[in-house]
Design a protein around this ligand. Structure first.
Ligand code: ADP
Length: 632
């Protein structure tokens, strides 16, 4: 029988058996090639709060377009009405107007940049917050099934890419469209024949640009994927657990190889992305000279035959650049739109996650809570892996009552469902059958805040933020005073150790608390729960054997912690089992026995076996006790 124990979900170990159940996995909607109105509408909705700015930016874009095209018209007037007719005053005024137009367009450009950046940053901030909130609502199981690096990448990398969407797609679309409209209006007003001729080379700009845009979009999607893969690897290898694993199994070179190959892929993709426009630029450069050549040829012929004035040719050649540039950019807009849609799809797949554990509306006043817990026919099945429905339930119809103040020990072989059962009480997941009641109220109807406020959890491998001891304790109660924290730590037998640290309660505990030993982390976690002062304590006892001094300290701390509180303990120590009011024996998800130690020894063979092997009563292979500094 396996007597190996595994922390799950609650502590540092993410638990779960590998990849995730399909219900939790983030999935991309496959087809990225077609335009999706629903997503487009949703994207536009995100801009609604900033509509005054959006209107202003449109106005500015329009004025910029007029300001950019105006010099062409002014040039024509300078040549035809000023220079050729010898009018100095007209020449002077129009020259001043040219200068004014240049200054105004420059200033408007700055304003447009500022406004569109402001809108983009606001929308990005909104998305980041919405994603963070959504992810916070997810269950512990969700995080066991999704890579944290991928989630980080969605919240940071994908959202950052929105800026591009706004500047190239939305603002770019509007400004190009307005520019083309203003330019064409002026062209057709000046001379119909010349305008038609100017349009002849347009396809030479539009078609290749479209092609290149499509390739560029594919590259961008690939780049985004590799970036995400690298973020995942970084976040896994740069944590203490990952770093330990890599060193233990001499995986340094393998990890480096993996990173290096992703790195090379990313480099090559980015080099390709940088080079992709080379031929296009050559082509565009060629045609932007051919266009004016045609205009000079035909326009010159018209001028010679007195059918047109010279200034018109000059104006047209200036206008050409204002037409071809925006046109080729507009040709890429639909490609940009499609890649933006793909980006938003990734973001929305997180935003649309269902919240599996929904908060109820009933709130509890602290004084009224007795701490009676009842499990009525509780079953739980983890969601299927990739649609296969062969999994046996992790819990089967467990019925159990913990009276206020009662201490119940959960025992059973590894995989029996102990952690799963413990997780159902604070609603880290909801039972798939039956219900859990707190003081006779179905816990599903309670608000999560008020339910969890009644419960303190000491996981097997407690987690700490990379922060000071003090701030890690305040996680339990924000307004705790130093005196209260010290009191809790004294009770948890950890005060002396903290006081000896270089900065006392202001010492940083290190990433996940790894600067503390296993025994110290457990006692700090106990102090944290003492500070919280809940009615109910959930405890997943550490499996690692500790030396007797440390063990004694933890035992003493636990005795105080559990006194007067309802407690459900996944027990790994004989002393805990003996101290419990009742013992529940779980096996393969079912409750096989319930009673006191002596009774169970007589009546339950499984319990007897566990007692002998696990609690080391008749065991030759009991692990060597760990010393305080080697607790993990
Ligand atoms: P125990 O705490 O008694 O060792 P658990 O409650 O962790 O047992 O696990 C009970 C069963 O549920 C095991 O068969 C285990 O493989 C399965 N299980 C645990 N966590 C997950 C998960 N996140 N996804 C799917 N199955 C899981």
């Amino acid at each position: 029988m396996g007597v190996e124990f595994r922390g799950m979900g609650l502590g540092a170990n993410s638990g779960g058996s590998g990849s995730g159940g399909s219900r939790w996995r983030l999935r991309e909607l496959a087809n990225q090639e077609h335009f999706d109105w629903q997503i487009a509408r949703r994207v536009l909705k995100a801009f609604v709060p900033y509509w005054p700015m959006a209107i202003l930016v449109t106005l500015v874009i329009f004025l910029t377009a007029v300001g950019t095209v105006a010099p062409a018209w002014l040039t024509q007037k300078i040549i035809d009405d000023g220079i050729l007719k010898g009018r100095v005053s007209v020449l002077t005024w129009l020259t001043l107007a040219l200068i004014a137009a240049a200054i105004a367009t420059g200033l408007l450009g700055v304003l447009q940049n500022w406004l569109s950046n402001l809108i983009a940053q606001n929308v990005m901030a909104d998305y980041r917050l919405a994603l963070f909130r959504k992810l916070q609502e997810q269950t512990v199981n969700f995080f066991a099934s999704n890579q944290s690096g991928d989630l980080v990448s969605r919240v940071m990398n994908d959202v950052t890419a929105i800026q591009n969407v706004i500047s190239t797609t939305l603002v770019g679309f509007m400004s190009n469209l307005l520019m083309i409209a203003v330019t064409l209006t002026l062209m057709f007003k000046m001379d119909l024949r010349m305008a038609v001729l100017a349009m002849v080379v347009v396809p030479a700009f539009v078609i290749p640009t479209q092609r290149v845009g499509r390739v560029r979009q594919k590259l961008q999607a690939e780049i985004q994927e590799w970036l995400s893969a690298m973020t995942v690897q970084l976040s896994e290898t740069l944590g203490v657990s990952g770093a330990l694993l890599i060193r233990m199994f001499n995986r340094e070179q393998a990890e480096e190889k993996k990173f290096a190959s992703a790195n090379v892929k990313l480099r090559d993709l980015q080099v390709r992305q940088g080079l992709i426009g080379r031929w296009l630029f050559m082509w565009l450069g060629m045609f932007s000279s051919i266009g004016p050549a045609l205009l000079w040829g035909y326009g010159g012929w018209l001028v010679i035959h007195h059918e047109m004035e010279l200034g018109v040719i000059v104006a047209f050649t200036t206008l050409l650049a204002k037409l071809y540039g925006p046109l080729s950019q507009l040709a890429q807009v639909h490609v940009n739109v499609l890649s933006s849609i793909a980006l938003f799809r990734r973001i929305y797949s997180v935003m649309d996650l269902e919240t599996e554990v929904k908060s109820g509306s009933v709130t509890l006043a602290d004084r009224e809570v007795l701490g009676r817990i009842e499990l009525r026919g509780v079953s739980y099945s983890y969601p299927d892996y990739d649609g296969r429905d062969e999994r046996r339930p992790a819990l089967r119809e467990v019925t159990l009552t913990l009276e206020p103040g009662q201490k119940v020990a959960l025992v059973g072989p590894s995989g029996a469902g102990k952690t799963t059962l413990l997780n159902l009480i604070p609603r880290f997941a909801d039972p798939t059958g039956g219900c859990v009641l707190l003081d006779g109220i179905d816990s599903k109807t309670l608000s999560l805040r008020s339910l969890r406020a009644q419960m303190g959890l000491v996981p097997q491998d407690p987690f700490f933020f990379h922060d000071t001891v003090c701030n890690n304790l305040r996680v339990a109660r924000e307004d705790a005073t130093l005196a209260e924290m010290e009191q809790a730590c004294r009770t948890a037998q950890i005060h002396d150790m903290i006081a000896d640290l270089p900065d006392g309660y202001q010492t940083m505990v290190g990433e996940r608390g790894y600067r503390l030993s296993g025994g110290e982390r457990q006692r700090l976690a106990i102090a944290r729960v003492l500070l919280q002062g809940p009615r109910i304590v959930l405890l997943d006892e550490a499996t690692s054997a500790l030396d007797t001094v440390v063990e004694r300290k933890i035992q003493d701390a636990l005795t105080v912690l559990l006194a007067g509180r309802t407690a459900l303990v996944i027990a790994h120590r004989l002393s805990t089992v003996l101290a419990a009011d009742k013992i529940v024996v779980l096996n393969e998800g079912g409750m096989v026995a319930y009673g006191k130690h002596e009774e169970l020894l007589q009546t339950c063979p499984l319990y007897r076996e566990l007692y002998e092997v696990q609690f080391g009563v008749r065991d030759d292979s009991r692990p060597e006790p760990e010393t305080e500094k080697g607790g993990r």
